[in-house]
Design a binder for this molecule. Structure first.
Ligand SMILES: Nc1nc2c(ncn2[C@@H]2O[C@H](COP(=O)(O)OP(=O)(O)OP(=O)(O)O)[C@@H](O)[C@H]2O)c(=O)[nH]1
Ligand SMILES: [Mg+2]
Ligand SMILES: [Zn+2]
Length: 335
């Protein structure tokens, strides 16, 4: 499969889009600021949310504990907001500015709940321990495709494996590289392999996602050795002698990148998406979609299935189709 490189025209288009986004944001600020009670409002970035409390960083890099009005809806880590100072590191968020993207997850009642906003890149963190769970990685990659953001895979805890075992572990994920998801091997503990990762994080707002215990917070520690004090404490004791992240938190990298640490998950579900959307979430399926003999092909048993034929020809990795089918089955059950 040909590697996708950004052509100059694509780069120009991205620059145009970014310009439009900046204009849209400036207009939104303008509109909100004309509100009577927002005369003293200032722009800020939500770097963490704890219940109804937001930690908001202003343009000078100072943080403020803010409450927010209920009528603003859900505000999450990464959101751009307008806030008013209320003395002594305190404030009130008075407006939520438009989002470029939002990562959501259904809550227990099945309603989509935002986890983090304005993300441009999803970083799936995996490790030999805990053993990667089922199709979690592919679910995250589908989420990234549907959000229209980049994605990459980081294999952490390389120090736990000898050369041979490490190569074996890497081979399990090599097929992702062939469909242009970079796979980067690191050790947060030994601070090994961080440079290529940092390069990928430059200029992006990335979120680290994955199972609990794969080392997301440790990676943040390794990438940003000197935390500003306000966001210094990375994880909270769970009472079980383990440190586990309880709220998504945004950190600033020296190279201009932003990185969000998120609480580990056991499972992730995409929420209410259609079968067509799910198909589009597997980027290497795109050239084959609509080419099956039957227009309503489930890509399961039907003759003339373009996806199955692509698997047989070695153009699609069998595990990806298998995971698609498992997700599609779940989707059907929920509808
Ligand atoms: N050997 C080794 N251990 C690591 C590495 N990175 C993290 N760990 C260990 O793995 C355990 C979990 O690390 P965390 O950084 O808390 O994992 P997390 O992904 O943030 O977990 P949650 O916050 O629960 O989602 C800790 O005991 C770390 O010391 C690594 O590169 N090598
Ligand atoms: Mg953590
Ligand atoms: Zn088919």
């Amino acid at each position: 499969m040909p590697r996708r490189r950004l052509t100059r025209r694509q780069q120009e288009r991205i620059a145009q889009l970014q310009e439009k986004r900046r204009e849209r944001l400036a207009r939104a600020i303008e509109e909100k600021l004309s509100d009577r009670d927002s005369a003293t409002a200032r722009p800020g970035r939500v770097i963490r949310r704890h219940g109804q409390n937001l930690l908001v960083q202003d343009d000078e890099g100072r943080t403020h504990h803010c409450l927010f009005r209920q009528n603003l809806g859900e505000i999450v880590c990464g959101d751009r907001v307008l806030w008013q100072p209320a003395g002594d590191d305190q404030g009130v968020v008075v407006a939520l500015l438009p989002r470029d993207s939002v990562l959501t997850r259904p809550d227990y009642s099945g309603r989509d709940k935002p986890l983090a906003a304005n993300i441009t890149q999803l970083v799936v963190v995996l490790a030999p321990k805990p053993e990667p769970a089922g199709y979690l990685t592919d679910q995250y990659l589908v989420a990234a495709e549907l959000m229209g953001v980049k994605a990459l895979i980081t294999l952490n805890k390389a120090d736990l494996l000898d050369d041979e075992a490490l190569q074996q572990f890497q081979r399990r994920f090599a097929h992702y590289e062939r469909i242009d998801y970079p796979v980067i091997t690191v050790s947060a503990k030994r601070e090994h392999g961080l440079e290529p990762l940092l390069e990928r994080l430059r200029g992006e707002t990335s979120i680290l996602v994955g199972q609990s215990g794969v080392g997301k917070s440790s990676l943040i520690n390794a990438l940003i050795p000197e935390q500003p004090e306000a966001v210094g404490e990375l994880s909270e004791a769970s009472g079980l002698g383990r440190h586990t992240t309880s709220a998504a938190t945004l950190y600033f990298l020296e190279n201009g990148g932003e990185i969000i640490d998120s609480p580990g998950v056991r499972s992730f579900w995409l929420g209410k998406i259609s079968r067509q959307e799910l198909e589009k979430g597997f980027r290497e399926f795109l050239p084959y979609l609509g080419k099956c003999r039957f227009s309503n092909c489930s890509h399961h048993q039907e003759p003339g299935c373009a996806l199955k034929e692509a698997v047989e020809r070695g153009e699609i990795h069998p595990q990806r189709l298998e995971n698609f089918l498992l997700m599609a089955e779940k989707l059907d059950k929920r509808q």
